[in-house]
Design a protein around this ligand. Sequence first.
Ligand SMILES: Cc1ncc(COP(=O)(O)O)c(C=O)c1O
Length: 406
Amino acid sequence: MKYDFDKETNRKDTQSTKWGVIQDPGDPSKWLATDDYFGDDRIVPMWVADMDFPSPKPVVDALVKRAQHGIYGYSLRTDSYDRAVVDWMQERHDWKIEPKWIVSTPGVVPAVNFLVRSFVKPGEKVLIQRPVYYPFFSAIENNGCEIVSSSLILKNGRYEMDYKDFEKKAADPATKLYILCSPHNPVGRVWTLEELQRIGEICLKHHVLILSDEIHADLIFSGHRFIPMATINQAVADHTIVCTAPSKTFNLAGLHTSNIIISNQKARQRFVKTLNRCNMAGWANPFGVVACETAYRKGKSWLEQVIAYIEGNLDFLADYIKRYLPEIKVIMPEGTYLVWLDCRGLGMDQWQLRDLMLNKAKVFLDDGYIFGPEGIGFERINIACPRSILADALERIKHAVDEIND
Ligand SMILES: Cc1ncc(COP(=O)(O)O)c(C=O)c1O
């Protein structure tokens, strides 16, 4: 089946976070309803990471069928669900996993929280690589642990790891866990085999457990290849916990269904113990299990089409910015549908930049500073939307910048 991703789908009255709320321009700690913005006067939401595209048709059909049953009680994963996850990892990523390695959680962010709680004691340190997905910060700090960043380095428009600094921080005996974001949100890197091998070796050498957040693993652009951290070698696999989900891949985030893959039996038992302490945190969602299994079994064609469309959006964005917004530099992503924009050429501080995008352009982006101080002067734009919406957002930004330059 051929999908039409150009078609705009009105998300009004669907309880959408992306379209339904907006940060108070005067006070970022407050959120406002956006009911007034669905008309011509709308603020274009390009922030939180979900797509403005309906999920694959077989998934929608399976959910309708499940909904029509009428009973939505407590649910379990089935053998056939586990087999769909195993097959997906094998076929898509050449990664052989066993059904018993899968642990359910209601999302990757909850899993990261539970993993920090399971493996790091209050006062100990967790290594991350800022600028990075900001819920990692609260997962670490809310569990009484300390953030240590081996920040990525921007070299010739591409982010790289700083191995020397990484090793220095991993060697601190208080550092117990490293959270790898692979592919990396927000900088869009799809890490190479060599990069993963080098950090894997450092973590093994210093006994730092690896948590690899691979939620964006299926969204890889042509010319790049995603490598699961647990396929590097057996020693790294024994030392790695992998967070996966169909949620970014097939736009199912609201169904809160993720699969945490832990081959190391002791680590798995420890994690499950933490989940059991928070009664039923690991139970499945009746719609989530149906959607995940169907997407992994029947969603491949949709996925290939959506990646091609997003790559088209990326070309459109890069070309538009080069022509009309030369002060902004696009950090070209190798995967994901999130694009990191270097806006430092506009010469604004983080609040002026925020004001420009949100209040003047009326485009709601994720401000770079929320990904850590390394993100100041940057903005993250979500391009998983019909091209008409992306064009509207870019034109608004251009007009707002033109007005300042006039
Ligand atoms: C790296 C990363 N991890 C996790 C999540 C969210 O995971 P979940 O919705 O399953 O909690 C996101 C969403 O943007 C993400 O980018």
